[in-house]
Design a protein around this ligand. Sequence first.
Ligand code: FUL
Ligand code: CA
Length: 694
Amino acid sequence: MKKLVIPILGCFLSLSSLAQQAPKPYGAVPSARQLKWHETEVYNIVHFTPTTFEDKEWGYGDANPTTFNPTNFDAEQIVRSAKAGGSKGIVFVAKHHDGFCLWPTKTTDYNISKSPFRNGKGDMVREMMLACQKYGMKLGLYCSPWDRNNAAYGTDQYLAIYQAQLKELYTNYGPLFMSWHDGANGGDGYYGGARESRKINNLTYYDWDNTWQITRKLQPNANIFSDVGWDVRWVGNEKGFANETSWATFTPTSADGKSKGVPGNANDYDAPTGTRNGEKWIPAECDVPLRPGWFYHASQDGKSKTPQQLLELYYKSVGRGAALDLGLSPDKTGQLHNDDVVILKAFGDILRKTFATNLAKTAQVSATEGRGAAFPTKNILDNNRQTYWASKDQATTPGIILTWKTPVTFNILSLREAIALGQRIEEFKLDVWENGQWKEIHTGTSVGALRLVRLSKYYSTEKVRIRVTKSPVAVTISELGVYAEPEQLVAPVIQRNQKGMVSIESPVSVREIRYTLDGSEPRASSALYTESFLLPQAATVKARAFGKAQSGPVASIDFDIPSTKWSIDQKADRAIDGDVKTIWVSDKNEKYPHTLTLNLGEKMTLKGFTYTPDASDHRRGTVYKYQVFLSDDGQNWGQAVAEGRFDNIQNNPLEQRVLFKKAHSAQYLRFVAVEATDTSETVANVAELGVITK
Ligand code: FUL
Ligand code: CA
């Protein structure tokens, strides 16, 4: 071994004799590929296919390729906006469930060359790749295993087609940082004109063991994302966050629930937390769309998450050692809606401002039970995740103290472990110096790649102490930060109760809130909100907070007629009380179908209906197949005026808006829940049932 020689007090000592050994790795550790992925933290999945032009979430696979005609597609606008939003990569959906390939593939005619885009000469995957290269962003690709267009889907022939698509994508578009695979649904589709339901076994049909070897061979640095691994696991929900305690280690459970392994079943009980001392290093990715759906819908304009909501998701995903994969959806022009561009920029600005100044760098740093000169405290402030401070072996409760000459004001603490040596810390406490003594202000758990503590208020202090209180082995800390977030104006929360009273409130204190009822943007001259008011008719309420020099983001809610005069059977008042948090659940002793009959109190012209499912964590009975009937008298019912399925409702439990083929006049509406997303489920849930009259 080559010995480094450094002069100390005039004599020469070899560093290797001074240096302590590095701590032994603990448990499962990340691969080099995963270590790179951990540095990505925020990236964006982009959905843009014929499904955008059909205004759907899941294309059936029968859209004519000529409908795919973006007038102004601009990969650079998308990538630039993503980057402004703090993102370091794009996962481009090269093929979604509808089967339409956005590159000129040899595997199927159902591809971009048959569309008017760039006169049939276009290759959108390539344009995305070039834009990513230009802006220094990583590229990943998602090619949906479920293909609702392909005639071979469900048969043995399809696997070869799918694998050939992966080979094309992994060969022609440069190095990828991720190969992204979703839950691989099977079910009804066009299938070359068959229009039938084809069920497959998600765990065996795609032969993942061999299919993923294609990624390993052609893209050795691409992290394989799927429900449970190999490299990155789904966090188990599409809400965008991991649990407060979140381990990067994971032991997936197999399909039958009896053994362990990948591929295995995604289950939302384990995935958000991971497994302490799990068999493999498989950190979580939290995917969530910026807008309510993964695809663009004009009806969802104004409903994008606000920069402040994104910030909360950031702290609950990236700040818990996971990644945030934020969905972006270009509109029919082929660009992101300007509202989304503005939101991303504002979100990115807050992140940049917050993390620009690490107050810890101006502190004097001391530590207890350190491992010696080879692992100095300065390693936690050098912006290098590989260098770290460590405690002695056996020292599992060390502390780090930061001291400033004059008090600093902060609300964020950031900690990283040297994860190449495994995830070690189980619990730590944060203290501030107040009135001549330590005051404990926070207890945290798992750290791993990153733990961000966002305190509920700002603290001013001249001393901060971090105490590790539980770890099975010696502790490592690779980076430490103390930050202050800039103060913000937040979108107000608009609500209307069953009596028709609208209230508008800001989650943080603001000078004033102004609102409009005509769909226009609230300005400094719009109506000032002082107290709740009656809104007996359908209207769009928009509201925004105004600060000293600037205004906040706009909150917008499209209210239809209020439910003041309505009544409903089955004791289902919770389904019409205007509150999505109160849920009606059908009688446990009854089986599907479940029926609710709504009396609107008077005859009116109905254009459609809405169903809002329970969105809570451990919900049961999300309705998938439905029928709707209308009646004048509650006795005579004609044929169904609407029937179908709520696309992707299980993973993304949003309000579903269904328009009838034509408007009907009626006083009674009957909602029939035909089947749940889980076909073995017996109960149905309804958070809200409503009508569309506007
Ligand atoms: C899910 C899909 O079913 C959605 O349509 C979307 O692509 C989301 C990112 O993954 O599994
Ligand atoms: Ca370091």
